[in-house]
Design a protein around this ligand. Structure first.
Ligand code: ZN
Ligand code: ZN
Length: 493
């Protein structure tokens, strides 16, 4: 722009527009024109390419080259520019970096940018007559802008450095940033900014003091900068806490455990948009995707059960900065009964919950594993739980010890066939029920418990599953439990 002005290109922004493909030059600048400009400015072709936006290929309009990086054009400010008044005052120059939506503050001056003229309240224009003046004539260099928080400045300094391939001036890790932050493509980092602005900001309205003057779009971008700076600064705990907010129900008592349906209602959009972005401009870095998956895994209580989740809103930040929850919530979520010595209100680190969840995995069986242990079908399992001989934990899993007890207690009441004497042909496996006959199975088990029907086993060895235990057909007929006419047309021999 300055070059344009000094060289008498009339309207100062025209050369700038030509270089960036703005406004009047819809198809960006031709190679020939670029060479001419490069020559006029005594810059190499490489240097001029580095400061101009170039289309990626002939037919690609959704991406462009930006300082040597390939990015989605949606990461650029398309409607109105933003500027730092202090930079304008100092060097009469505009920075190409301000064209990124993610850059909404100036790390050199520590202040927010502006995208509106404070005198006429009009949006700044690309084709204003001079670099430092609004169309109304107001001198933008005199504007006093609001200081930006140091977190935001650190984040924007990072974007600057990544764009320019500069060495770090701030060690991101000492700020708590994820280690991989500098390894991601610029487009992914900008994608994360876009994701935060479009998906997370609407769910996290910021306070009035944090609000920044400017257009609606600029205000959203500045909120996204505040939130993204916060998320990256205490990675990944801060993300988990921000996500936890999404499941809090106002005022009402929050349930400890959420069904898969409820969890998905709160999280499907944030998860799916991050994990399966439908547009290039929403592509987020892989460290972010991993953290999202980790969040879901951390809160999913049952691995293969019915899909229950710990309510994330019951986790908060404790005084030591770590995530925490109440001990009672921890026990309830995992389906363990509290003992007398348990202090349910005790603040417990989230890590302990994760550890208990691990331990629980060793102690429990999924419904499928329980069926394998019992050698029975799902209808039998349902009957056993209906009869309360087996109590599923939260999430539908079973304690291993309880499953083993069921077989052991049956084995205990059963008598040896050799002692009792019914013919082998007159015995029927306890689990010879059709899947649809779970009620009858339940009634039979109850009758066995009341000793109305005898229970037998094949040998002297202990029964290892329900399939080792038998009932006698004549007894079943006598007591009215014979319900299998379809099994045998005549009495088996
Ligand atoms: Zn500045
Ligand atoms: Zn103005």
């Amino acid at each position: 722009m300055r070059v344009g002005e000094r060289n008498g290109c009339g309207k100062g922004m025209n050369l700038f527009s030509a270089l960036t493909g703005r406004e009047n030059t819809r198809y960006m600048v031709s190679d020939q024109a670029l060479d001419n400009i490069a020559q006029a400015l005594a810059l190499s072709r490489q240097q001029i390419e580095a400061i101009s936006y170039r289309p990626v290929g002939k037919d690609v309009t959704s991406q462009c080259r930006f300082f040597g990086h390939t990015i989605s054009v949606n990461h650029l400010r398309s409607h109105q520019p933003a500027v730092c008044p202090d930079c304008l005052a100092q060097q009469q120059a505009i920075s190409g970096l301000w064209d990124l939506r993610a850059v909404c503050a100036c790390p050199h001056h520590g202040k927010w940018l502006i995208d509106q003229c404070p005198a006429c309240d009009e949006p700044l224009k690309w084709n204003r007559t001079s670099v430092a003046n609004c169309k109304c004539g107001f001198d933008l260099r005199t504007v006093q802008t609001k200081p930006a928080p140091s977190n935001v400045l650190a984040l924007i300094a990072l974007v600057h450095e990544m764009v320019l391939n500069d060495l770090p001036t701030l060690a991101e890790q000492s700020l708590g940033y994820p280690e991989e932050v500098r390894q991601v493509p610029l487009n992914d980092l900008l994608g994360l900014f876009r994701y935060v602005a479009d998906v997370l900001v609407p769910a996290h309205p910021i306070t009035q003091e944090e609000r920044v003057d400017g257009s609606e779009a600029f205000s959203k971008q500045s909120q996204a900068a505040v939130l993204m700076a916060r998320l990256l600064k205490a990675w990944p705990d801060e993300l988990s806490l921000a996500l936890a907010d999404l499941s809090s129900s106002d005022g009402e008592d929050a349930p400890t455990v959420l069904s898969a349906k409820k969890f998905n209602a709160c999280y499907r959009r944030v998860m799916e948009t991050a994990l399966e972005p439908r547009s290039l401009c929403l592509n987020v870095p892989s460290f972010f995707k991993q953290a999202m998956q980790q969040f879901r895994d951390d809160h999913c209580i049952s691995v293969t059960g019915e899909g229950r989740y710990l309510n994330p809103s019951l986790v908060w930040r404790a005084a030591d900065g770590q995530r925490a929850m109440k001990w009672g919530v921890c026990l309830e979520a995992l389906g363990f009964l509290p003992g007398e010595e348990d202090n349910l209100d005790e603040v417990t680190p989230f890590q302990i919950y994760l550890q208990k969840k691990e331990e629980r995995l060793v102690r429990v069986l999924t419904p499928r594993q329980a069926m394998l242990w019992l050698d029975c079908c799902s209808a039998h399992l349902k009957s056993l739980t209906d009869l309360r001989l087996l109590m599923p934990l939260v999430g539908g899993d079973f304690l291993k010890s309880e499953v083993a007890d069921v077989v052991r207690s049956f084995d205990h009441v059963a008598v040896d066939r050799k002692q009792a004497g019914p013919r082998l042909g007159a015995l029927l496996r306890l689990t010879s029920f059709k899947r649809t006959k779970s009620d009858q199975f339940g009634r039979l088990v109850r009758a066995i418990a009341k000793k109305e029907v005898g229970l037998y086993k094949q040998g002297r060895a202990p029964a290892r599953s329900l399939s080792d235990l038998y009932v006698a057909i004549p007894e079943l007929r006598k007591t009215g439990h014979w319900i299998w006419p379809e099994y045998f047309t005549t009495e088996p021999r």
